[in-house]
Design a protein around this ligand. Structure first.
Ligand SMILES: C[S@@+](CC[C@H](N)C(=O)[O-])C[C@H]1O[C@@H](n2cnc3c(N)ncnc32)[C@H](O)[C@@H]1O
Length: 201
């Protein structure tokens, strides 16, 4: 996917999610927060786009940093953060080479809603290595992934590819996200996206 071009022409259907999708993410987050009180610790929003989900994390009590490569997305994110009146740090950077960005370490939660699954194998490994280096010992990684078989817009990723990239981590849960594309895309494309939850093996 050419993300820069997509934002330039205002094509960002991943932002038009519905209640069912938000609820599926909310239940995953509740699991990470269970038995604790806010602040929950550091969360990294990988490929944060317009910061929609980073803002959601911040509202829930996470100390959020978003990393995004496309200027237009960063601009939209900054505006959205300001309008939401929350604290969230946004950095320009490449999530396949996070050591080159001043993100810091100790992240308890790493959330990626739709970045990893468009990467080729080297990029997948780069992102996984980057995350491994900055994640806390008890961290959880949550990835939203299209299956490999659906490829018109997004490359897609298989469970085996996730496992091959995230060495030293194990997939603990795979759950439907109920993500639907907005019309007219939904009439021709059923992404069947799933949440993958990972923890250190
Ligand atoms: C499907 S969008 C999801 C955006 C956001 N997470 C959301 O759910 O609204 C994928 C995002 O990943 C960003 N991205 C792609 N490759 C990247 C990279 N190497 N480093 C940082 N961000 C990247 C894109 O610019 C885009 O904003």
């Amino acid at each position: 996917m050419n993300w820069k071009f997509s934002y330039a022409i205002g094509f960002h259907p991943w932002e038009d999610t519905d209640q069912e999708f938000s609820q599926s993410l909310a239940s995953l987050l509740e699991r990470e927060e269970e038995g604790r009180a806010p602040p929950y610790g550091r969360a990294l929003d990988v490929g944060s786009g317009s910061a929609i989900w980073g803002i959601e994390l911040a509202k829930r009590g996470w100390d959020v940093t978003g990393v995004e490569l496309v200027d237009k997305a960063l601009e939209r994110g900054r505006e959205r953060i300001q309008n939401a009146g929350v604290e969230m740090k946004l950095l320009k950077g490449d999530v396949t080479r996070l050591s080159e960005t001043e993100v810091g370490t100790g992240f308890r939660l790493i959330l990626d809603t739709g970045t990893f699954h468009d990467f080729d194998t080297d990029q997948q490994k780069g992102m996984a290595r980057s995350i491994d280096a900055l994640a806390a010992k008890d961290a959880t990684v949550i990835l939203l992934c299209w299956p490999r078989r659906i490829r018109p817009l997004i490359r897609g990723v298989s469970r085996e590819e996730i496992e091959a990239a995230f060495t030293g981590w194990r997939i603990t849960d795979v759950e439907p996200s109920f993500f639907k594309l907005p019309p007219p895309l939904e009439w021709v494309l059923r992404p069947d996206e799933h949440w993958y939850r990972l923890q250190r093996a």
